[in-house]
Design a protein around this ligand. Sequence first.
Ligand code: ZN
Length: 177
Amino acid sequence: MKSAPNHFQFCPACGDPSIETVDSVSVRCPACEFELFISPSISAAALIEDAAGNLLVIKRKKDPRKGYFGMPGGFANPNETLEETLIREVKEEVNLDLISWSYLGAWPNQYPFKSVIYSVVDTYFTAKVENFDKMQSCQEELESIYFLDPALVDPKNWAFPSLEKAIQLLLEQRKQI
Ligand SMILES: [Zn+2]
């Protein structure tokens, strides 16, 4: 597995094989001066709390990290705000409508998919819904849905280190209230 810029063997513009990786974020062709930036992708995920303070946790059905615990969320589309990403992904994955959300934090992550390791910035929001009546699991992406006390989940079950850090921060903030 390689990071995205390291997959280029030929310039996509002129076909020259002298294409080179620059600072791990771009490729540049000395022959035609073509340059392509492959910046980190950004994702948004929701830590949705129920009235008892448990979190809606999903079990991932697909790799990377199949079978591990995650939060509803996903990658931003072009021209989307992060809030729009958050709302759309929550709707797609668990069919819930967020009524409020609050930025928690962001952490870098590595997302291996097929033969490419993507650099990602994962952002996390605490979020609320009016109720869970219409909740439905997206069969394609989720194995199952749980409501768990985040303080009682063994951190090694979280799918990504970024999520582990988000949970840590949430628990620290709760202690201060
Ligand atoms: Zn070129």
